[in-house]
Design a protein around this ligand. Structure first.
Ligand code: ATP
Ligand code: MG
Length: 413
Protein backbone atom coordinates (compact mmCIF):
# COMPACT_ATOMS: atom_id res chain seq x y z
CA UNK A 1 0.00 0.00 0.00
CA UNK A 2 1.09 3.55 -0.71
CA UNK A 3 1.45 5.51 2.50
CA UNK A 4 0.40 8.69 0.68
CA UNK A 5 -3.01 7.06 0.20
CA UNK A 6 -3.38 5.82 3.79
CA UNK A 7 -6.06 8.06 5.31
CA UNK A 8 -4.61 7.79 8.81
CA UNK A 9 -1.41 9.43 9.96
CA UNK A 10 1.10 8.91 12.73
CA UNK A 11 0.54 11.62 15.33
CA UNK A 12 3.43 13.78 16.45
CA UNK A 13 2.60 13.27 20.11
CA UNK A 14 1.19 10.59 22.35
CA UNK A 15 -2.47 10.98 23.36
CA UNK A 16 -2.77 12.94 26.60
CA UNK A 17 -5.37 10.82 28.29
CA UNK A 18 -3.82 7.36 27.96
CA UNK A 19 -1.45 5.63 30.35
CA UNK A 20 -1.20 2.09 29.09
CA UNK A 21 1.52 1.64 26.45
CA UNK A 22 -0.82 -0.32 24.15
CA UNK A 23 -3.29 2.57 23.96
CA UNK A 24 -0.58 5.22 23.62
CA UNK A 25 1.18 3.42 20.80
CA UNK A 26 -1.87 2.13 18.94
CA UNK A 27 -3.58 5.52 18.98
CA UNK A 28 -0.48 7.50 18.09
CA UNK A 29 0.36 5.13 15.23
CA UNK A 30 -3.16 5.45 13.81
CA UNK A 31 -3.99 1.79 14.37
CA UNK A 32 -7.13 2.56 16.35
CA UNK A 33 -9.37 5.49 17.18
CA UNK A 34 -10.76 5.91 20.67
CA UNK A 35 -14.47 6.72 20.49
CA UNK A 36 -15.13 6.60 24.25
CA UNK A 37 -13.43 5.08 27.28
CA UNK A 38 -13.02 1.40 26.42
CA UNK A 39 -14.58 1.81 22.97
CA UNK A 40 -12.30 1.72 19.94
CA UNK A 41 -12.58 1.69 16.16
CA UNK A 42 -10.02 -0.28 14.19
CA UNK A 43 -8.38 1.73 11.42
CA UNK A 44 -6.65 0.26 8.35
CA UNK A 45 -3.35 -0.63 10.06
CA UNK A 46 -5.02 -1.95 13.21
CA UNK A 47 -7.63 -3.90 11.27
CA UNK A 48 -4.90 -5.64 9.28
CA UNK A 49 -3.40 -6.83 12.59
CA UNK A 50 -6.81 -8.02 13.82
CA UNK A 51 -7.35 -9.90 10.55
CA UNK A 52 -3.96 -11.62 10.85
CA UNK A 53 -4.71 -12.70 14.42
CA UNK A 54 -8.21 -13.84 13.41
CA UNK A 55 -6.83 -15.96 10.55
CA UNK A 56 -4.38 -17.71 12.86
CA UNK A 57 -7.22 -18.39 15.30
CA UNK A 58 -9.49 -19.67 12.50
CA UNK A 59 -6.82 -22.08 11.25
CA UNK A 60 -6.27 -23.53 14.68
CA UNK A 61 -9.99 -23.73 15.53
CA UNK A 62 -10.75 -25.40 12.19
CA UNK A 63 -7.89 -27.86 12.85
CA UNK A 64 -9.70 -29.14 15.96
CA UNK A 65 -13.01 -29.40 14.15
CA UNK A 66 -14.48 -26.05 15.13
CA UNK A 67 -17.25 -24.87 12.79
CA UNK A 68 -17.39 -21.13 12.31
CA UNK A 69 -20.69 -19.33 12.89
CA UNK A 70 -21.79 -15.77 13.56
CA UNK A 71 -24.46 -15.53 16.21
CA UNK A 72 -26.78 -12.64 16.90
CA UNK A 73 -25.48 -9.78 18.99
CA UNK A 74 -28.91 -8.64 20.20
CA UNK A 75 -30.36 -11.07 22.74
CA UNK A 76 -33.90 -11.27 24.03
CA UNK A 77 -33.86 -11.14 27.84
CA UNK A 78 -35.32 -14.65 28.10
CA UNK A 79 -31.81 -16.01 27.42
CA UNK A 80 -30.11 -14.51 30.45
CA UNK A 81 -33.26 -14.86 32.58
CA UNK A 82 -33.07 -18.62 31.99
CA UNK A 83 -29.66 -18.82 33.66
CA UNK A 84 -30.11 -16.02 36.20
CA UNK A 85 -27.54 -13.87 34.46
CA UNK A 86 -29.82 -11.00 33.39
CA UNK A 87 -28.64 -8.94 36.36
CA UNK A 88 -24.91 -9.57 36.03
CA UNK A 89 -23.48 -6.06 36.40
CA UNK A 90 -21.45 -5.92 33.17
CA UNK A 91 -24.45 -6.65 30.92
CA UNK A 92 -25.48 -3.76 28.65
CA UNK A 93 -29.27 -3.73 28.42
CA UNK A 94 -31.19 -2.17 25.59
CA UNK A 95 -34.36 -0.11 25.89
CA UNK A 96 -36.12 0.06 22.56
CA UNK A 97 -38.50 2.80 21.47
CA UNK A 98 -41.46 3.30 23.79
CA UNK A 99 -40.30 0.74 26.38
CA UNK A 100 -39.77 1.51 30.04
CA UNK A 101 -37.87 -1.68 30.81
CA UNK A 102 -35.16 -3.24 28.67
CA UNK A 103 -36.21 -6.35 26.82
CA UNK A 104 -32.90 -7.11 25.15
CA UNK A 105 -29.22 -7.06 25.97
CA UNK A 106 -26.25 -6.80 23.66
CA UNK A 107 -23.94 -9.77 23.59
CA UNK A 108 -21.51 -10.19 26.47
CA UNK A 109 -21.16 -13.99 25.95
CA UNK A 110 -23.11 -16.68 24.06
CA UNK A 111 -23.54 -19.83 26.17
CA UNK A 112 -27.31 -19.37 26.34
CA UNK A 113 -27.77 -18.52 22.67
CA UNK A 114 -25.74 -21.46 21.41
CA UNK A 115 -27.34 -23.90 23.86
CA UNK A 116 -30.74 -22.98 22.45
CA UNK A 117 -29.51 -23.32 18.87
CA UNK A 118 -27.99 -26.72 19.65
CA UNK A 119 -31.29 -27.93 21.10
CA UNK A 120 -32.78 -27.74 17.62
CA UNK A 121 -30.18 -30.09 16.12
CA UNK A 122 -29.19 -32.48 18.90
CA UNK A 123 -31.43 -35.50 19.45
CA UNK A 124 -29.24 -38.53 19.78
CA UNK A 125 -25.70 -39.44 20.85
CA UNK A 126 -24.97 -39.63 17.11
CA UNK A 127 -25.33 -35.86 16.90
CA UNK A 128 -22.45 -35.40 19.38
CA UNK A 129 -19.77 -34.21 19.81
CA UNK A 130 -19.40 -30.97 17.89
CA UNK A 131 -17.93 -27.53 18.42
CA UNK A 132 -18.82 -24.10 17.02
CA UNK A 133 -16.98 -20.82 17.26
CA UNK A 134 -17.27 -17.22 16.18
CA UNK A 135 -15.25 -14.04 16.16
CA UNK A 136 -17.54 -11.27 17.24
CA UNK A 137 -17.93 -8.06 19.17
CA UNK A 138 -18.73 -8.40 22.85
CA UNK A 139 -20.04 -5.64 25.08
CA UNK A 140 -19.34 -5.42 28.80
CA UNK A 141 -19.89 -2.50 31.06
CA UNK A 142 -16.45 -2.78 32.65
CA UNK A 143 -16.26 -0.42 35.64
CA UNK A 144 -12.67 0.59 34.93
CA UNK A 145 -11.80 0.91 31.28
CA UNK A 146 -8.33 2.35 31.69
CA UNK A 147 -5.96 -0.18 30.16
CA UNK A 148 -6.66 0.71 26.55
CA UNK A 149 -7.60 -2.27 24.43
CA UNK A 150 -6.74 -4.67 27.23
CA UNK A 151 -10.07 -3.97 28.87
CA UNK A 152 -12.63 -2.66 26.46
CA UNK A 153 -16.32 -2.03 26.97
CA UNK A 154 -16.65 -3.15 23.40
CA UNK A 155 -14.07 -5.71 22.26
CA UNK A 156 -13.47 -8.56 19.88
CA UNK A 157 -13.62 -12.10 21.19
CA UNK A 158 -13.30 -15.51 19.68
CA UNK A 159 -15.66 -17.80 21.55
CA UNK A 160 -15.84 -21.54 21.00
CA UNK A 161 -18.46 -23.84 22.52
CA UNK A 162 -18.29 -27.63 22.55
CA UNK A 163 -21.04 -30.21 23.07
CA UNK A 164 -20.49 -33.73 24.41
CA UNK A 165 -22.26 -36.87 25.58
CA UNK A 166 -20.24 -37.08 28.78
CA UNK A 167 -17.62 -35.34 30.88
CA UNK A 168 -14.79 -37.53 29.70
CA UNK A 169 -15.37 -36.59 26.10
CA UNK A 170 -15.61 -32.93 27.09
CA UNK A 171 -12.30 -33.09 28.99
CA UNK A 172 -10.61 -34.82 26.02
CA UNK A 173 -11.68 -31.94 23.84
CA UNK A 174 -10.72 -29.41 26.52
CA UNK A 175 -7.17 -30.75 26.23
CA UNK A 176 -7.25 -30.34 22.46
CA UNK A 177 -8.45 -26.77 22.80
CA UNK A 178 -5.65 -26.05 25.28
CA UNK A 179 -3.12 -27.34 22.70
CA UNK A 180 -4.74 -25.30 19.93
CA UNK A 181 -4.62 -22.18 22.12
CA UNK A 182 -0.91 -22.75 22.79
CA UNK A 183 -0.37 -22.84 19.04
CA UNK A 184 -2.42 -19.69 18.47
CA UNK A 185 -0.46 -17.68 21.00
CA UNK A 186 2.88 -19.08 19.89
CA UNK A 187 2.11 -18.23 16.28
CA UNK A 188 1.23 -14.70 17.38
CA UNK A 189 4.66 -14.46 19.00
CA UNK A 190 3.38 -14.58 22.57
CA UNK A 191 4.73 -16.73 25.35
CA UNK A 192 1.81 -17.83 27.53
CA UNK A 193 1.55 -19.60 30.85
CA UNK A 194 -1.15 -22.27 31.20
CA UNK A 195 -2.69 -21.04 34.40
CA UNK A 196 -4.95 -22.69 36.94
CA UNK A 197 -7.73 -20.22 37.74
CA UNK A 198 -11.09 -19.70 39.40
CA UNK A 199 -14.37 -19.85 37.57
CA UNK A 200 -14.96 -16.13 37.13
CA UNK A 201 -18.67 -15.56 36.68
CA UNK A 202 -19.36 -19.18 36.00
CA UNK A 203 -18.96 -20.69 39.49
CA UNK A 204 -16.99 -23.62 38.14
CA UNK A 205 -14.11 -24.73 40.32
CA UNK A 206 -11.27 -25.27 37.84
CA UNK A 207 -10.76 -23.29 34.71
CA UNK A 208 -7.56 -22.45 32.87
CA UNK A 209 -6.27 -19.15 31.63
CA UNK A 210 -3.55 -18.33 29.16
CA UNK A 211 -1.52 -15.53 30.69
CA UNK A 212 1.12 -13.28 29.11
CA UNK A 213 3.62 -11.73 31.51
CA UNK A 214 3.43 -7.92 31.38
CA UNK A 215 3.72 -5.09 33.89
CA UNK A 216 0.37 -3.50 32.99
CA UNK A 217 -1.46 -6.80 33.50
CA UNK A 218 -4.28 -6.86 36.05
CA UNK A 219 -3.61 -10.44 37.13
CA UNK A 220 -0.89 -11.87 39.34
CA UNK A 221 0.38 -15.36 38.67
CA UNK A 222 2.95 -17.75 40.09
CA UNK A 223 4.67 -18.82 36.92
CA UNK A 224 7.16 -21.53 36.06
CA UNK A 225 9.48 -20.63 33.19
CA UNK A 226 10.60 -24.18 32.82
CA UNK A 227 7.26 -25.86 31.95
CA UNK A 228 5.08 -22.72 31.51
CA UNK A 229 2.59 -23.87 34.15
CA UNK A 230 1.21 -21.16 36.40
CA UNK A 231 -1.38 -20.58 39.07
CA UNK A 232 -3.45 -17.44 39.40
CA UNK A 233 -2.78 -15.84 42.78
CA UNK A 234 -6.55 -15.75 43.36
CA UNK A 235 -6.72 -19.52 43.64
CA UNK A 236 -3.16 -20.61 44.25
CA UNK A 237 -2.12 -22.43 47.38
CA UNK A 238 1.42 -21.42 46.46
CA UNK A 239 0.72 -17.83 47.46
CA UNK A 240 0.47 -18.82 51.10
CA UNK A 241 4.22 -19.35 51.08
CA UNK A 242 4.77 -15.70 50.15
CA UNK A 243 7.53 -13.96 48.20
CA UNK A 244 8.96 -15.58 45.12
CA UNK A 245 12.17 -17.04 46.41
CA UNK A 246 11.45 -20.62 47.37
CA UNK A 247 8.29 -21.64 45.59
CA UNK A 248 8.60 -24.80 43.52
CA UNK A 249 6.47 -25.61 40.49
CA UNK A 250 3.94 -28.30 41.43
CA UNK A 251 4.29 -29.78 37.92
CA UNK A 252 8.04 -29.89 37.34
CA UNK A 253 9.77 -28.75 40.53
CA UNK A 254 11.55 -25.78 38.94
CA UNK A 255 11.55 -22.35 40.59
CA UNK A 256 8.36 -20.33 40.32
CA UNK A 257 8.19 -16.54 40.33
CA UNK A 258 5.44 -14.01 40.87
CA UNK A 259 4.51 -11.95 37.80
CA UNK A 260 1.94 -9.43 36.68
CA UNK A 261 0.11 -10.78 33.67
CA UNK A 262 -2.58 -10.35 31.01
CA UNK A 263 -5.23 -13.03 30.49
CA UNK A 264 -5.45 -13.54 26.72
CA UNK A 265 -7.53 -16.71 26.81
CA UNK A 266 -9.72 -18.65 29.20
CA UNK A 267 -11.17 -22.16 28.94
CA UNK A 268 -14.10 -23.43 31.02
CA UNK A 269 -15.68 -26.81 31.59
CA UNK A 270 -19.38 -25.89 31.81
CA UNK A 271 -20.93 -29.19 32.82
CA UNK A 272 -24.68 -29.36 32.20
CA UNK A 273 -25.70 -25.96 33.59
CA UNK A 274 -26.65 -24.44 30.22
CA UNK A 275 -28.07 -27.68 28.87
CA UNK A 276 -30.38 -27.86 31.87
CA UNK A 277 -31.51 -24.26 31.45
CA UNK A 278 -32.39 -24.83 27.79
CA UNK A 279 -33.49 -28.45 27.96
CA UNK A 280 -30.65 -29.50 25.70
CA UNK A 281 -30.84 -33.29 25.91
CA UNK A 282 -30.00 -36.36 23.84
CA UNK A 283 -30.82 -40.06 23.85
CA UNK A 284 -27.79 -42.22 24.67
CA UNK A 285 -27.09 -45.66 23.15
CA UNK A 286 -29.45 -47.33 25.62
CA UNK A 287 -32.20 -44.84 24.87
CA UNK A 288 -31.81 -42.84 28.12
CA UNK A 289 -32.40 -39.13 28.00
CA UNK A 290 -29.38 -37.12 29.19
CA UNK A 291 -28.22 -33.54 29.36
CA UNK A 292 -25.48 -32.48 26.97
CA UNK A 293 -22.14 -31.58 28.61
CA UNK A 294 -20.63 -28.31 27.38
CA UNK A 295 -17.31 -26.51 27.37
CA UNK A 296 -16.68 -22.84 26.61
CA UNK A 297 -13.40 -21.32 25.40
CA UNK A 298 -12.53 -17.66 24.80
CA UNK A 299 -9.71 -15.64 23.30
CA UNK A 300 -9.64 -11.87 23.55
CA UNK A 301 -8.76 -10.98 19.96
CA UNK A 302 -8.40 -7.23 20.48
CA UNK A 303 -6.78 -7.84 23.88
CA UNK A 304 -4.28 -10.11 22.13
CA UNK A 305 -3.30 -7.28 19.79
CA UNK A 306 -2.84 -4.99 22.80
CA UNK A 307 -0.87 -7.65 24.70
CA UNK A 308 1.48 -8.03 21.73
CA UNK A 309 2.10 -4.28 21.82
CA UNK A 310 2.76 -4.41 25.56
CA UNK A 311 5.38 -7.11 25.02
CA UNK A 312 6.85 -5.84 21.76
CA UNK A 313 7.63 -2.15 21.94
CA UNK A 314 10.55 0.10 22.81
CA UNK A 315 10.97 3.84 23.34
CA UNK A 316 10.60 4.44 19.59
CA UNK A 317 7.40 2.54 18.96
CA UNK A 318 5.89 -0.88 18.30
CA UNK A 319 7.91 -3.85 17.03
CA UNK A 320 5.29 -6.26 15.63
CA UNK A 321 5.93 -9.99 15.53
CA UNK A 322 6.12 -10.86 11.84
CA UNK A 323 3.05 -13.12 11.85
CA UNK A 324 0.67 -10.38 12.95
CA UNK A 325 2.35 -7.26 11.55
CA UNK A 326 0.09 -5.17 9.31
CA UNK A 327 2.75 -5.34 6.57
CA UNK A 328 6.02 -7.20 6.40
CA UNK A 329 8.21 -4.37 5.18
CA UNK A 330 8.21 -0.59 5.30
CA UNK A 331 9.80 0.69 2.12
CA UNK A 332 11.12 4.24 2.49
CA UNK A 333 12.22 6.45 -0.36
CA UNK A 334 14.38 9.18 1.18
CA UNK A 335 15.18 12.42 -0.61
CA UNK A 336 14.84 12.78 -4.33
CA UNK A 337 14.51 9.13 -5.31
CA UNK A 338 11.64 6.82 -6.10
CA UNK A 339 11.30 3.22 -5.01
CA UNK A 340 8.33 2.64 -7.27
CA UNK A 341 9.96 -0.23 -9.21
CA UNK A 342 10.98 -2.00 -6.04
CA UNK A 343 7.47 -1.49 -4.68
CA UNK A 344 5.94 -3.01 -7.81
CA UNK A 345 8.32 -5.97 -7.69
CA UNK A 346 7.46 -6.64 -4.05
CA UNK A 347 3.77 -6.46 -4.81
CA UNK A 348 4.16 -8.84 -7.73
CA UNK A 349 5.69 -11.36 -5.34
CA UNK A 350 2.87 -10.89 -2.84
CA UNK A 351 5.15 -9.36 -0.23
CA UNK A 352 3.07 -7.15 2.04
CA UNK A 353 4.66 -3.75 1.74
CA UNK A 354 3.87 -0.26 2.98
CA UNK A 355 5.65 2.20 0.70
CA UNK A 356 6.33 5.65 2.15
CA UNK A 357 6.14 7.64 -1.07
CA UNK A 358 5.17 10.89 0.67
CA UNK A 359 6.95 14.13 0.20
CA UNK A 360 8.16 14.53 3.79
CA UNK A 361 11.59 14.76 5.37
CA UNK A 362 13.80 11.67 5.80
CA UNK A 363 13.78 12.21 9.57
CA UNK A 364 10.02 12.12 9.71
CA UNK A 365 9.85 8.96 7.63
CA UNK A 366 12.37 7.17 9.81
CA UNK A 367 10.69 8.18 13.07
CA UNK A 368 7.27 7.14 11.80
CA UNK A 369 8.58 3.82 10.51
CA UNK A 370 9.79 3.00 14.01
CA UNK A 371 6.42 4.03 15.49
CA UNK A 372 4.45 1.81 13.12
CA UNK A 373 6.90 -1.00 13.79
CA UNK A 374 6.89 -3.26 10.75
CA UNK A 375 9.40 -6.17 11.00
CA UNK A 376 11.65 -4.85 8.20
CA UNK A 377 12.59 -1.38 7.07
CA UNK A 378 14.03 -0.98 3.58
CA UNK A 379 15.54 2.38 2.68
CA UNK A 380 16.32 3.62 -0.78
CA UNK A 381 18.12 6.96 -1.07
CA UNK A 382 20.77 8.78 -3.08
CA UNK A 383 23.34 7.16 -0.80
CA UNK A 384 22.19 3.58 -1.34
CA UNK A 385 22.85 3.76 -5.06
CA UNK A 386 21.37 0.68 -6.75
CA UNK A 387 21.17 -1.05 -3.40
CA UNK A 388 18.70 -1.24 -0.51
CA UNK A 389 19.52 -0.60 3.13
CA UNK A 390 17.68 -3.22 5.15
CA UNK A 391 17.12 -3.19 8.89
CA UNK A 392 15.05 -5.35 11.19
CA UNK A 393 12.90 -3.36 13.61
CA UNK A 394 14.35 -5.27 16.56
CA UNK A 395 18.01 -4.90 15.58
CA UNK A 396 20.35 -1.93 15.24
CA UNK A 397 22.50 -3.20 12.42
CA UNK A 398 21.69 -2.25 8.86
CA UNK A 399 22.63 -4.29 5.83
CA UNK A 400 23.22 -2.99 2.35
CA UNK A 401 21.82 -5.50 -0.11
CA UNK A 402 21.47 -5.63 -3.84
CA UNK A 403 17.94 -5.92 -5.11
CA UNK A 404 18.11 -9.65 -5.75
CA UNK A 405 19.30 -10.38 -2.25
CA UNK A 406 16.57 -8.14 -0.85
CA UNK A 407 13.86 -9.78 -2.94
CA UNK A 408 15.02 -13.18 -1.82
CA UNK A 409 14.91 -12.15 1.85
CA UNK A 410 11.43 -10.72 1.40
CA UNK A 411 9.97 -13.69 -0.46
CA UNK A 412 11.41 -16.24 1.98
CA UNK A 413 9.44 -17.53 4.95
P1 ATP B 1 -11.28 -10.83 32.74
O1 ATP B 1 -10.94 -11.84 33.79
O2 ATP B 1 -10.09 -10.18 32.14
O3 ATP B 1 -12.32 -9.84 33.15
P2 ATP B 1 -13.13 -12.75 31.75
O4 ATP B 1 -12.57 -13.92 32.48
O5 ATP B 1 -14.36 -12.12 32.23
O6 ATP B 1 -11.96 -11.64 31.58
P3 ATP B 1 -14.03 -14.31 29.50
O7 ATP B 1 -15.46 -14.13 29.67
O8 ATP B 1 -13.41 -15.60 29.83
O9 ATP B 1 -13.26 -13.11 30.21
O10 ATP B 1 -13.64 -13.87 28.02
C1 ATP B 1 -12.71 -14.57 27.20
C2 ATP B 1 -11.54 -13.68 26.86
O11 ATP B 1 -11.97 -12.42 26.37
C3 ATP B 1 -10.65 -13.35 28.05
O12 ATP B 1 -9.72 -14.36 28.29
C4 ATP B 1 -10.01 -12.07 27.59
O13 ATP B 1 -8.86 -12.36 26.80
C5 ATP B 1 -11.05 -11.41 26.73
N1 ATP B 1 -11.74 -10.33 27.44
C6 ATP B 1 -12.59 -10.43 28.48
N2 ATP B 1 -13.03 -9.23 28.87
C7 ATP B 1 -12.43 -8.33 28.05
C8 ATP B 1 -12.49 -6.90 27.93
N3 ATP B 1 -13.25 -6.18 28.73
N4 ATP B 1 -11.74 -6.32 26.96
C9 ATP B 1 -10.97 -7.03 26.13
N5 ATP B 1 -10.88 -8.38 26.19
C10 ATP B 1 -11.60 -9.01 27.14
MG1 MG C 1 -11.14 -14.74 33.08
Amino acid sequence: MLQSKLFTKVERKFPKDEEAPNARLLERGGFVYKNSAGVYSYLPLGWRVIKKISEIIREEMDAIGGQEVLMSALHDKRYLKATNRWDVDVVFKVISGGEKEPSFNISWTHEEVIAEIARKYVNSYRDLPFAAYQIQTKFRHEPRAKSGLLRGREFLMKDLYSFHADEKDMYDYYGKVADAYRKVFERCGLKTYYTLAAGGDFTISNTHEFQVAAEVGEDTIFACDSCLYAENKEVSKLSAKGGDTNIKCPKCGAKVSEKKSIEVGNIFPLGTRYAEAFDLTFLDKEGNKKFVVMGSYGIGVSRLMAAAVEVYHDENGIAWPETIAPFKVHLLALGNVSAKDLYNDLQKRNVEVLYDDRNVSPGEKLVEADMIGLPFRAVVSEKTDEKVEVKRRTEDKVKLMNKNEFMKLMSND
